[in-house]
Design a protein around this ligand. Sequence first.
Ligand code: UDP
Length: 341
Amino acid sequence: MNKKDVLVTGGAGYIGVHTIVELYNSGYKPIVVDNLSNSSIKNIKGAEQILNDKITFYQYDCSDFDQMDKLFGEQINIEAVIHFAAFKSVEESVREPQKYYTNNIGSLEIILDLMKKYKVSNIIFSSSCTVYGSPDILPVNELASFKKAESPYGETKQLCEKLIDSSKTNSISLRYFNPVGSHKSGLIGDCSSDKPNNLVPIICEVASGKRNSMKINGKDYDTDDGTCVRDYIHVVDLARAHVMALDHILNNTNIKTAYNLGVGKGVSVQEVINSFEKINNLKISYEIGPRRVGDIEKIFSDNSKINDELNWFPIMSFESALESAWRWEKNHKKILKKDSN
Ligand code: UDP
């Protein structure tokens, strides 16, 4: 079979690497570029182990025009780009907004310019539910207008979607809710080099003893138990949606659209901790802290558009996400220990 080449930027990252596995298993040839600034080559090795094959990998920086120009010049059969490469911490973006504007928007501009130069006309963009700001109506659907973003990170996603909309390329923006969990092998996962900011990786660090305790960021929100509500989606379900979006964009003309990618159910921070304890039979030490700047009180998705148009439905359970997140944490720790010996 003649495999279609797909450029995956940020493919050594958490969502990127899970998508590589799904792409490969669906008959695509992922070509991966990642500068490894906040990811790890271990994820590429892990994917190669899962797939029992080599992955084409470039350690280039998407915000370096010359490097990316070289890549596009060498890989002349690229039919689509899946653009994951970006900084992703809401918290850091509040502290260092310029870093986010420059990198997240700058690298997309380079990708779009090079797509035009090399006549690649399909892009799947890694967007986020943060584009909605604090939505008026829940569950939020794709018709909701972008309200003021709660963080520079969210604003970069709004601006990137607008940039893509104003380009001539076919595009699908996938607005992720909260990805959690890992591939069942425990060989790939979130390898972010800095300290994790996201809830489930932090819970895992408390479980493994890497942290003594954690804080719930505020318990005075207008929600059932006072803690923030999010829509947690298994990363493998999220990765599968990229393949379906890719099939769709390659088999149709004039596609310019966006889809919510969530399960459609709101779960509170307190409920995540309780479920993690129950499923993995562990005790998590936590206390109540202040609210986190940039946090949205409550958000969950209406996913009916992607159900109807791409026939995508979540198939992985929340329980399996929390189980696999813990498996990855234990495995990852072992790998790191082995490396340091
Ligand atoms: N959260 C928390 N303690 C932590 C990390 C996160 O209470 O140590 C909360 C966070 O404030 C938010 C929810 O968990 O309400 C999900 O946070 P995450 O960073 O995972 O996702 P995002 O805020 O980007 O939706």
